[in-house]
Write a new protein. Structure first.
Length: 216
């Protein structure tokens, strides 16, 4: 059975009910909260396995509540170079996960949102299947290939997240590509669409951000 780790970041969770249903739908998952994100789970009576961070955005009552419920508290000093979400992600790597799903990583402050998206490169470098999941979309980074199983007409955007991405090949899309090149500052990979229920994307070098919109 695959080990799936949920990381709850401190951004905006646009649909808490969907997060609740996703967590409840997988019995074998591990839940890691980045600092104050644990407060989102309290209203659903879900106990995270671990709370990671400098604990500057979680109130002491909530922290004590989860401690008594059995959550592991991984506390870091306030003066640190890493964001709480990065620390949660690195803690997850130590568990050798098969998949990581990150929620609450978008919305709110733009700097935190961009930082969270950049963490997907760290996952790609380690060969870990990881994605940021939101109400309307999911984001992930590839440095080799992926298959998207979706619905005809779904929007899929491709944005280089390294200085350039080479050898890009797209199949199953309205705008196919063979051995293409994308560079930062020329976002011509935005708003492609699946022409069927499956699309394949491959690259030869670089890191390519994939943004899949669920709405058709």
């Amino acid at each position: 059975m695959n080990k799936i780790i949920f990381i709850i970041s401190g951004g905006v969770v646009n649909d808490p009910q969907s997060l609740y249903e996703e967590i409840r739908g997988i019995d074998s998952s591990v839940i890691i909260c980045a600092d104050g994100a644990a407060q989102i789970l309290k209203m659903f009576d879900i106990t995270p396995d671990f709370i990671v961070g400098d604990m500057d955005s979680i109130d002491e009552n909530t922290l004590r509540y989860f401690e008594t419920k059995g959550s592991g508290i991984i506390r870091y000093p306030g003066d640190k170079d890493e964001t709480d979400t990065q620390l949660a992600l690195e803690y997850a790597f130590g568990m050798n996960p098969d998949e990581i799903r990150i929620f609450g990583a978008l919305g709110g402050r733009v700097d935190h949102m961009l930082a969270n998206i950049s963490l997907l490169v760290m996952c790609a470098k380690r060969g870990v299947d990881a994605k940021i999941v939101d109400k309307d979309c999911e984001l992930f980074v590839i440095d080799r290939s992926c298959v998207i199983d979706g619905r005809e007409g779904e929007t899929v955007s491709l944005i280089p997240i390294s200085s350039d991405v080479r050898g890009i090949t797209l199949e199953g899309f309205r705008y196919p590509l063979s051995n293409g090149l994308m560079k930062i500052g020329r976002p011509y990979g935005v708003s492609n669409r699946l022409i069927g229920t499956r699309g394949t994307i491959s690259v030869k070098s670089g890191y390519l951000l994939i943004i899949r919109q669920f709405e058709v």
